[in-house]
Write a protein of this length. Structure first.
Length: 213
């Protein structure tokens, strides 16, 4: 599951799972739905970890690593945690759990102040899974031009295909500053005797303004 892959429906995901995993998924999603509409008794400071959060962490063990992203994304959409809970889950999570949170940001964090710190944190890592998830639709919509350009350079540096970046052609077109940064990066690589990533040339071509008839 990539940042550009549509989020599967519950029915689609259940079709991919065996009977035991389906039963587990149904119970986990029910816990998440209950958490999304807390009763008066559950308001106030949390005394323990919500059951759905335990399921969020153990999704790979119950449904397989290939389906873990999709399971976690569905759990997040069902529970709809607020910004505080989402940030806590990200900070405490494994790389796989953080990746799921990055993938679901367009659906859970309409306020850039809530989601951008998580995207920026992921872009500071060299984990290609996190970098690829961080440059998805949420980043395309909310990252400022400078940070977005740095995100593309991070893709080149870590070997993440630039096609992972959502709205790539739209945002790169006519970007003279990005073209300059790419030229500097290519010159640095060449001077150091290192190969220039093939994606750099493609990205540089995208920075050309659209020709007018």
């Amino acid at each position: 599951m990539t940042s550009s892959t549509p989020i599967p429906t519950r029915e689609d995901l259940r079709d991919r799972l065996g009977d035991t995993a389906r039963t587990w998924l149904d119970a986990a999603l029910a816990d998440a739905a209950d958490s999304a509409t807390p009763s008066q008794d559950t308001l106030g400071p949390r005394r323990s970890v919500a059951p759905w959060e335990l399921s969020f962490a153990s999704a790979g063990r119950h449904c397989g690593q290939d389906q873990a992203d999709a399971v976690r994304v569905l759990l997040l959409r069902e529970a709809h945690p607020d910004a505080v809970a989402l940030t806590r889950l990200y900070r405490q999570g494994t790389a796989a759990e953080r990746r799921a949170i990055l993938l679901v940001l367009p659906h859970l964090a309409p306020d850039p102040a809530d989601g951008l710190p998580l995207v920026e944190d992921a872009l500071r890592t060299n984990d290609t899974r996190l970098v690829a998830a961080a440059v998805g639709p949420y980043a395309a919509e909310h990252l400022d031009p400078h940070t977005w350009r740095q995100a593309l350079l991070k893709c080149l540096f870590t070997g993440v295909p630039v096609d992972a970046a959502a709205r790539l052609e739209d945002r790169a077109r006519g970007d003279a500053e990005l073209a300059r940064m790419l030229g500097d990066y290519a010159a640095e690589r060449t001077a150091a005797g290192r190969p220039v990533p093939a994606d750099l040339h493609r990205l540089l071509a995208l920075t050309s303004p659209t020709e007018q008839p």
